[in-house]
Each structure stands twice: as C-alpha cells, then as structure tokens.
Design a protein around this ligand. Sequence first.
Ligand SMILES: [Zn+2]
Length: 73
Amino acid sequence: MQMVVTRTLCDACLTLPVAVAATPPHPELHLCSEYIPIKGENFEAKFKCRACDTIWLHRKNKWGACEGFRLNP
Ligand SMILES: [Zn+2]
C-alpha cells in the first residue's frame, strides 16, 4: 500500500491540536523566538519540533492566555 505524504510531521506534531486554546506544547517542541506583537493585540512566537523540525506558531492574546498553535504558513 502506498501512502501519500504531503508533510512529514512526527506523531507528536500530528496529534497536536491546531488553533485550540490552552494547548500545551508537546515535549519535543521548544521555543525558538521571542513573542512578538501581531495584529489584533495578540503575540506570536515560533516553536520548533526537535523530532521533525516543524515550525509552529504559538499565539497568546494580550492577557497572556494561550490561543493555540498554528503551522507556520
Ligand atoms: Zn514534530
């Protein structure tokens, strides 16, 4: 059976909920940038996965609450 792989995500990244608030980073994710202001008074920082090198963007709102992870576009 042949699998079509469009992105090479590790299992931990595959199971990370996308854009779900209050999602903690999985154990292989580490912060690799500062939190910088983005539009809408939110802040965003890059996390990189040590297992598969995927870059995730983590968003916080102006109160510092987690707004979830998104894949780097
Ligand atoms: Zn990963």
